[in-house]
Design a protein around this ligand. Structure first.
Ligand SMILES: [Zn+2]
Length: 283
């Protein structure tokens, strides 16, 4: 079964950059006859906006992007993440380094690697091996996976107990998702996620990283850069704009969201997406 997903963090409303990625993922999976899922990556309560989940779901619905199964919430998966930590135990260590101390290093210097038995009030890190974790990306082609040199042993559970994004994503994508299509801003987390799946004995999805939508000055659209929220009442125009950024021009005569999505599924072609998207033009 071909399965893809769109996995927003509920930190704010969706913007045009989110729509571009969601639409590309939706079209790619639907064209292959697969199931498209929506997963809310809600593992970081302090950064979340309680209204964002409803706003995201409402916005996807307005744009006709209906998931094929009930919406998945990472906050429901605490048990699976704990089991994964137990399974990873031979590869974990317990780090007491302060953020301040680590600031002087480009990557984790391996200070606490010998602390192999669980200790309270410590961050849990995974020991990296020096093996190569390269893979073939659906958009970028061959991607160098020698991330150990750049990243060092990374955190899987924070000192405050929160499960890391990488661990949660590896557990939720492994064995379940067959294609992850997402923005190139997430390229750096792919190798760590694939590494965790390998340690956990999970099959990794295929990955396709498309370019991110940027403002005229080259910054990526995000909540932090104050990307304007999508107006749900302009769904048809928003979808047309998103298609335009991806390099597709739908016939002007199409006047409904459903028909436009069907056209998009039929005409979607990764090779038509430019290596750099046109700059964002606020409507
Ligand atoms: Zn440490």
């Amino acid at each position: 079964m071909i399965t893809g997903r769109f996995a927003p963090s509920p930190t704010g409303p969706l913007h045009m950059g989110s729509l571009v990625t969601a639409l590309a993922s939706y079209c790619s999976i639907k064209q292959a006859g697969g199931e498209w899922l929506v997963r809310i990556d809600d593992l970081d309560p302090p950064r979340q906006d309680p209204n964002a989940v409803n706003a995201i779901i409402r916005c996807l619905t307005a744009h006709g992007l209906h998931p094929d199964r009930p919406i998945i919430f990472q906050s429901d998966h605490a048990g699976a993440y704990e089991s994964a930590l137990q399974k990873l135990a031979p590869n974990l260590f317990y780090c007491k380094c302060s953020r301040k101390k680590l600031r002087a290093h480009d990557r984790y210097p391996g200070t606490c690697r010998e602390a192999r038995t669980p200790l309270p009030d410590r961050a849990v890190r995974v020991l990296l091996s020096d093996t190569e974790h390269g893979y073939c990306d659906g958009f970028l082609g061959s991607v160098d996976g020698n991330f150990a040199a750049q990243l060092g042993d990374f955190i899987v559970r924070r000192r405050d107990g929160l499960i890391s994004y990488n661990l949660a994503t590896a557990v939720d994508d492994g064995n379940t998702i067959s294609e992850v299509l997402r923005g190139q801003d997430l390229l750096p987390v792919t190798a760590p996620q694939r590494y965790l799946m390998q340690l956990l004995g999970l099959t990794a999805p295929d990955y396709t990283h498309i370019p991110c939508l940027e403002f005229a000055d080259g910054t990526k659209l995000s909540k932090q850069t104050h990307a304007p929220p999508l107006n749900e009442h302009s769904a048809l125009a928003n979808l047309r704009a998103a298609l335009g950024y991806l390099g597709f021009q739908a016939p002007d005569a199409i006047d409904s969201v459903g028909i436009l999505l069907n056209w998009s599924i039929a005409h979607f072609d990764l090779s038509q997406i430019p290596t750099k998207l046109p700059k964002y033009q606020p409507s």
